[in-house]
Design a protein around this ligand. Structure first.
Ligand code: ATP
Ligand code: MG
Length: 409
């Protein structure tokens, strides 16, 4: 028998309904904020992620599913959505015609990580990208939009952390300061961080092993006046609308962030981020377009569902159609279609089984009523309706059936 691949999952009802519910919440909020859906391909050129996500990131170095196709193209199954959004934005000339764009996407992402609770190799992200607005209002808007989705879905116990990573003017100074500070402790750093120290010291603060022990004693970034003013205004716009905390340790794991970064966290586990994002004012230019500011976030659907707790939505009541004889099968089948088209959840059709088998199935699918059709009923142009809770039954003429059933389910 074939087996599921490690880190991948089958998600059945009712669990799958949690995803639909979250997606519907998100779509409703996106529409209020004027964000339009962008459906992206699952496969892109591998170089897209190397160039945008960043060569030295964990995603590109360790987690990407990359392969060569029959045409010798180097491809990757998307590990995240932002690079594809920016590629689509540039490739379709939005820069020329309509540079300010608000996109959202809903889709599965793929990362070869060690599977554990809240960390899968295929998982769903819901993401938003606001391109072409450098104003602090854009930062505040996407953060509050994220909060609205999470709140509407019903997740409660989470913290919001924000920080500013500055720009190309203020970050290099901090980078050096950080290298000096961390070098003194180089021997105690994990293997990964020893390499990060030279290439990308900020990422040491994001390390799942070493990161937290520097809290409170690591030097913090001094923002240039422009970045400080931007950060101050973002905070002013958020005040009173969302509880948040400024965390100088929040640096995020991707290469392209600048200025505002933020995370929504639930719980203390290392996979506690339910959603995360930030500004990426240099990415569009870096990918070959004109200098264009942008900000966005991605939410992990599984983690938001975990943070709220899975709920089992009430099942819609249904009827189950039983045929007692071969001669009744066609009428019974047509009846099922009539009921469905009248908006009644209808199951049945297991006509190769005897009555006992069909009634057993009606129980298994949790139907509230059985509609039984035999030769006797057919002759009278009626159906026997059996209440599966009380066992009571009565005959109903065909022409009154949909109206009668509608009153019950
Ligand atoms: P983490 O620090 O947990 O590894 P990340 O920084 O890699 O997260 P992003 O790339 O910013 O995460 O992705 C945004 C969101 O997607 C995360 O906040 C999380 O909710 C979710 N996510 C990321 N990786 C996974 C995964 N392997 N399984 C499930 N959800 C994930
Ligand atoms: Mg990760």
């Amino acid at each position: 028998m074939s087996k599921l691949v490690r880190g991948f999952r089958d998600i059945f009802e009712p669990q799958s309904k949690n995803f639909t519910e979250l997606e519907n919440c998100a779509r409703g909020v996106f529409s209020l904020y004027g964000f339009g859906e962008l459906r992206l391909p699952t496969v892109e050129l591998k170089e897209l992620f190397i160039k945008s996500t960043g060569e030295t990131t964990d995603i590109v170095q360790k987690e990407m599913y990359a392969f060569e196709d029959a045409g010798h193209r180097q491809l990757a199954i998307r590990p995240e959505g932002t690079p594809g959004v920016v590629r689509a934005y540039l490739e379709n000339n939005f820069t020329q015609n309509a540079p300010v764009q608000k996109f959202y996407y809903i889709g599965n992402m793929f990362r070869a990580e060690r599977p554990q609770a809240g960390r899968y190799r295929e998982f769903e992200q819901i993401g938003a990208e606001y391109i072409g607005n450098s104003a602090p209002a854009a930062d505040a808007e996407v953060i509050l939009m994220l909060k609205d989705i999470v709140a509407k879905f019903g997740a409660k116990n989470y913290k919001v952390k924000i920080n500013s990573l500055g720009c190309d003017k203020c970050r290099p100074l901090y980078r050096q300061e950080l290298i000096d500070f961390l070098s003194a402790e180089k021997d105690t750093l994990c293997e990964n961080c020893q390499t990060r120290l030279e290439k990308n010291p900020l990422r040491v603060l994001d390390c799942k092993i070493d990161g937290s022990r520097f809290a409170g004693r690591v030097p913090t970034m001094k923002l240039c006046p422009e970045c400080q003013a931007h950060f101050d205004e973002v905070q002013a716009l958020l005040k009173g609308k969302i509880d948040f905390e400024v965390d100088p340790m929040l640096v995020r794991g991707l290469d392209y962030y600048s200025r505002t970064v933020f995370e929504f966290q639930a719980g203390d586990a290392s996979q506690n981020a339910i959603a995360a994002g930030g500004r990426y004012d240099t990415l569009v230019k870096h990918m070959g377009g004109p200098a264009t500011p942008a900000i966005g976030w991605a939410m992990g659907a599984e983690r938001v569902i975990m943070a709220r707790g899975e709920t089992v939505p009430a099942k819609q009541k249904s009827v189950y159609v039983v045929s007692l004889d071969k001669t009744c099968n066609e009428t019974a089948f047509n009846l099922m279609q009539t009921l469905r088209h009248a908006g009644i959840r209808t199951e049945g059709g297991l006509f190769d089984k005897n009555v006992k088998g069909q009634m057993k199935q009606s129980d298994r699918c949790g139907a509230s009523y059985a509609l039984i059709l035999g030769e006797d009923e057919l002759a009278k142009q009626a159906v026997t309706l059996k209440d599966l809770t009380t066992g009571e039954q009565k005959q109903i003429p065909f022409e009154a059936l949909t109206d009668e059933v509608k009153k019950l389910v």
